[in-house]
Design a protein. Structure first.
Length: 265
């Protein structure tokens, strides 16, 4: 299969299939889904950390060599900064959505409906931006090594599942029907395909920049894990919950390590 087709398929898996799985999880009784989601967060944290430290960064270092060490550092810092800005934008969109829901009782029905629609659109914009960047990360990894692309796709899908569950719930709460929320949530996954194709076209003729693109991708995974997911794991700190989190984070890292070993054996 041509490389570009693999990239498109995997970008679709990361952006669209994860949304389908997330919605399927929502159909599980609320009591059970509330118990499962924290476990997904723990496992996704491990998968992201494993992909960053065991897959993306080693490939970036091998490609750039000692002469490119400073450039890799710049790429890492730039990646952290870009993902910080993106998170700020997404949080702003989400806060605007929640504010629109919180003030509906003080407005007319027409305005109530308009605020609901606006909040849904804001969430979809944030999802699209996030998914487009995921597609860029997947394409950069595939251009370096297809096995690295598969590992990156797995890490992207793992962290997208809990993210999509939350966004789907927000869309429904904002007044969209479940069917329409599902369709629109799936549609935002198309942004990952667009991002992947753009990255493929931009990077295939500039392969010398790939190590730095991989370092940028590693920074994104690290930021999502450390700034996005780990704080949510501290909501409960009892010994049993903590032990479960450590075990699932370790499992996520272990799956990436195993995948790396199998694909390079």
């Amino acid at each position: 299969m041509p490389l570009l087709l693999w990239i498109i398929v995997c970008a679709a898996l990361g952006g669209i299939a994860s949304a389908v799985f997330a919605v399927a999880l929502l159909w599980v009784p609320e009591r059970h889904s509330a118990q499962l989601l924290p476990h997904f967060l723990s496992f996704a944290t491990g998968a992201l950390l494993g992909a960053a430290f065991l897959a993306l960064l080693p490939e970036a270092i091998a490609g750039a060599g000692t002469a490119g060490a400073h450039g890799l550092g710049v790429a890492l810092v730039s990646g952290l900064g870009v993902f910080f800005v993106i998170e700020k934008l997404v949080l702003w969109w989400h806060s605007e959505a929640e504010e629109g829901q919180g003030h509906v009782h003080a407005h007319s029905h027409g305005h109530h409906h308009g605020r609901h629609r606006a909040s849904g659109i804001l969430v979809l914009c944030g999802d699209s931006l996030h998914n487009a960047l995921d597609g860029v990360l997947i394409a950069a990894a595939f251009l370096k090594d297809p096995s690295l692309g598969f590992v990156t796709t797995f890490a992207v899908a793992a962290h997208e599942v809990p993210h999509r569950v939350g966004d789907f719930a927000i869309l429904v709460h904002a007044g969209w029907s479940q069917r329409r929320a599902l369709v629109l949530n799936l549609a935002t996954g198309l942004a990952s395909i667009v991002g992947a194709i753009v990255a493929y076209v931009a990077l295939r003729d500039a392969l010398g920049t790939l190590p730095y693109a991989l370092a940028f991708a590693a920074a994104g995974f690290l930021y999502i894990a450390v700034a996005g997911l780990i704080p949510g794991l501290h909501g409960k700190s009892d010994p049993r919950t903590s032990a479960t989190q450590v075990a699932l984070i370790s499992a996520g890292i272990g799956v990436i390590a195993l995948a790396e070993r199998l694909t390079h054996s």
